[in-house]
Design a binder for this molecule. Sequence first.
Ligand code: HEC
Length: 104
Amino acid sequence: MMKFTKIAVAAALALVSTMTLAAGDAAAGKAKFAMCQGCHGANGVSPNPQLNPTLAGKDAAYVKEQLNAFRSGKRDNATMKAMAAGLTDADVENLAAYIATLKP
Ligand code: HEC
């Protein structure tokens, strides 16, 4: 019984640390967002939403999915494809974590 409890606690801790890693680093994402602001606005609120969508208010899972779709070409947009092409998997996680903190 004691042994089982220890294993369960270790498994739970391992799961929590994996989830924290997968969530991305919002501070690193903020630094990376410097290259996005020109179109999407300083706080993710676009000054010209007809042209470039507002990103504030979009959740991390959605942003991550769209960035990966631009990277793969599944979502076809020349501008965003060029922007997303230079991003690593970690950049995508971090940007998604940061964008999810922005208020519309
Ligand atoms: C030169 C202007 C420009 C820059 C710079 C730019 N974007 Fe975009 N972005 C766009 C446009 C235009 C769209 C709309 C694409 C479409 O119609 O499919 C878009 C769409 C998006 C979307 C999808 C939004 C939605 O509502 O589905 C995300 C997410 C996004 N951009 C993130 C970023 C990130 C992160 C960066 C910086 C790494 C960035 N963009 C830099 C112009 C830009």
